[in-house]
Design a binder for this molecule. Structure first.
Ligand code: FES
Length: 110
């Protein structure tokens, strides 16, 4: 099963074996990983699933569409032009057997 490494800002890491076809957002919610909210259910409409993809995995990801790009301009933690993505738009499976991401400090405005 594909592996997802969720690195928390405090240094802890959750490692999840995800069902193929599952998004990085859905795998976090299903497995109780803190730090991803996913308020819109994966429609690229809330930006509460913002993540920073670790460099080694960026090249393996599908291209970003316009909706995702726009939502990444309204994240509560700063956007990183190289690493920021929406976790709901990244699915693990045959073409992505492993991914490591850093969680932002927050997903909502204080
Ligand atoms: Fe809402 Fe990803 S879950 S943008």
């Amino acid at each position: 099963m594909p592996k997802i490494f969720y690195h928390h800002p405090g240094g802890a890491t959750d490692v999840i074996d995800a069902v193929p076809g599952t998004s990085v957002m859905r795998a976090a919610i299903t497995n109780g990983v803190d730090g991803i909210i996913g308020e819109c259910g994966g429609q690229a409409m809330c930006a509460t699933c913002h993540i920073y993809v670790r460099e080694d995995y960026i090249g393996a990801l599908p291209a970003m569409n316009e909706d995702e790009d726009e939502m990444l301009d309204v994240t509560s933690s700063p956007r990183d032009d190289e690493r920021s993505r929406l976790a709901c738009q990244i699915k693990v499976g045959p073409s992505l057997q492993e991914i490591a991401i850093d969680l932002p400090l927050t997903q909502v405005e204080p």
